[in-house]
Design a protein around this ligand. Structure first.
Ligand code: COA
Length: 150
């Protein structure tokens, strides 16, 4: 897997970004403000992550997605580790990521990669999304924020 920074003016892989964030308007609002990294394998785009500075010492992974047909093969973990290394290289001291209370697999993956829960933004998904979201039989209501020191 090769990971590269999407150049200014490059076309972000919107289909992939929408896997992680169902709101196209939210994705469009942040995509130009962050750095979009695209992962390729055999000339195919397999994944994406977006880093956005949230202070001089803190950076947030605001989007992370692997193409459905390539999920479960270790690309998600590899992308997350790449994002952590990238943030370190850029001199940040803390990296953050957020996910829904119903995203059981993501909560497992992030904790396996060293993230710890720092706070819960209750009703975040009720305030920001018009449609109700269900995953794993659980309504997605609260944003679970995790972070790790770099
Ligand atoms: N319980 C325990 N561990 C679980 C789990 C569960 N329910 N679900 C997943 N995992 C673990 C896997 O076992 C694996 O652990 P390992 O590396 O120790 O074997 C790890 O989580 C993920 O495996 P990986 O193959 O690297 O993940 P992936 O390539 O499928 O990518 C996502 C993970 C989340 C990026 C991918 O599923 C995706 O794009 N989902 C849609 C978009 C999304 O939800 N993005 C995150 C927004 S918050």
């Amino acid at each position: 897997m090769n990971v590269r920074l999407l150049k200014a003016g490059g076309k972000p892989p919107m289909e992939l970004l929408l896997l992680a964030d169902p709101s196209q308007s939210m994705v469009e609002a942040y995509i130009d403000k962050g750095e979009c990294f695209v992962a390729e394998e055999d000339d195919q785009v397999v994944g994406v992550y977006v880093l956005m500075s949230s202070g001089s010492e803190t950076v947030e992974i605001i989007n992370l997605a692997v193409a459905e047909e390539h999920q479960g093969k270790g690309f998600g973990r590899a992308l997350l580790m790449d994002a952590i290394q990238q943030a370190k290289r850029q001199g940040y001291k803390t990296i953050e990521i957020g996910t829904g209370n119903s995203s059981i697999g993501q909560l497992a993956l992030y904790q396996k990669c060293g993230f710890r829960i720092t706070s819960i933004d209750r009703d975040f998904f009720i305030r920001h999304y018009e449609e109700k979201i269900y995953e794993n039989g659980i309504q997605c209501m609260d944003m679970v924020r995790l972070s790790q020191a770099l």
